[in-house]
Design a protein around this ligand. Sequence first.
Ligand SMILES: [Zn+2]
Length: 140
Amino acid sequence: MTRYKIEYINSEDKITRRVAKKSFKVGGYNDLPPKLKPSTENHFVQMMLHNTPYEMEHRQPCHKDAPGQAASAEGKQIGSMEIFWYHDGTYLAISSWGESASYWEGKLCDHDYETTTQKMCYWEGVCKKCGHEHMIDSSD
Ligand SMILES: [Zn+2]
């Protein structure tokens, strides 16, 4: 299990998201989330079945150079997008265009955990880059 340490610093424009001690720019309603990359339906379903998202966010990303036109990524048009944020700054997203859905994922930090506590079935660490605290208790 993991400690929840993520919050919006400015919930009005939803520009910045804090993961532990570090803040990341995540864009607003008409922006694609940062470091977006294609995912698969299978990954999306597996994550949803085993991990509870911390927060959901709806967006309608627009084309950067043509406001009002839908954004595209990896050759796919993106109309509406629903983002599922996890406590550690990773996210899943699903978007639609016409009849077809696309699956996406991304992460704000490439966590590099340093072990702070290690016992029989318990591990605790802190990310050296953003300060995110993570713990795994495998005795549950
Ligand atoms: Zn990190």
